[in-house]
Design a binder for this molecule. Structure first.
Ligand SMILES: [Zn+2]
Length: 256
């Protein structure tokens, strides 16, 4: 393919060879946000368009707010890798991926510039007008690949996006003392926590044991929804935040 008309009218096209068809019957129902985690946006864009890398995303949003589209929304880009959300083990087939230029954890998690976030919001809103994606399916890469991926990180302003109608978010419950669950704990409270995480969509085995995977999933949850402390400990604030999120799901879980 030498070129295409961008799905988003404010994007510039730069075709990546790294894509394939969506499988028969696969509908776009999720939007996955990433950070690039590389020193420069140019380097990240080049990598996403390099045959050798075997990675891509539909869009990249630069720090100055410039948006480049690399894969058509109708096609399957290669951004999520091994992934899971609500029963689906191949998120690339059912999602649109946006890479947001940021050096990430290795670069000290620099803040995302305002104009970049404004561009991300405008792009997401446009995608949401063209695809049926419920708010709770606007996800972090870390949500669909806990333990393997930590982007776009705990500095990403999910709250600001939600205020603009992008994604599902509530104010996290304040951090305070009280009972908590952590690595090595067992029993019914752990089972209840795992059940809530699984109900929301995370890939966690309900085995009543606060094992390593549970810890990684709690971290992923915190990175998105209780960003001030990401420690893998299910304290009262974490559990309350999860409980409240579940109780105010914008759409019927059975529908998605
Ligand atoms: Zn990613």
């Amino acid at each position: 393919m030498t070129g295409f008309v961008c799905d988003y009218s404010h994007a510039e096209p730069r075709v990546s060879p790294n894509f394939g068809p969506r499988p028969d019957g696969a509908k776009v129902d999720s939007l996955i946000l990433h950070y690039t985690g590389m020193p420069t946006g140019e380097g990240a864009e080049a990598r996403l368009c390099d045959t050798e890398s075997s990675v891509s995303s539909h869009y990249i949003v630069h720090e100055d707010g410039r948006v480049v589209q690399m894969v058509r929304e109708a096609d399957r880009a290669w951004h999520a890798g091994q992934s899971f959300w609500r029963g689906c083990r191949d998120m690339n087939s059912c999602s649109i991926g946006i890479e947001i230029v940021n050096q990430g954890h290795d670069g000290g998690l620099p803040p995302f510039p305002d104009r970049q976030i404004e561009a991300v919001i405008a792009l997401c809103r446009d995608i949401l007008t063209r695809n049926i994606i419920v708010p709770e399916r606007v996800l972090a890469h870390s949500d669909v690949a806990p333990g393997r991926k930590i982007d776009p990180g705990e500095r990403f302003p999910w709250c600001e996006l939600a205020r603009s109608g992008v994604g599902h978010h509530i104010d996290p419950a304040p951090i305070q003392g009280g009972r908590f669950l952590a690595s090595g704990d067992k029993g019914e409270p752990v089972e209840a926590l795992q059940s809530m995480l699984a109900l929301y969509g995370y890939d966690v085995e309900i085995n009543a044991l606060f094992d390593d995977q549970t810890c990684r999933v709690v971290e992923a949850f915190q990175r998105h929804f209780r960003q001030s402390l990401v420690d893998g400990v299910a304290d009262r604030s974490t559990i309350e935040t999860l409980h409240r999120l579940l109780s105010v799901l914008p759409s019927d879980l059975a529908m998605s």
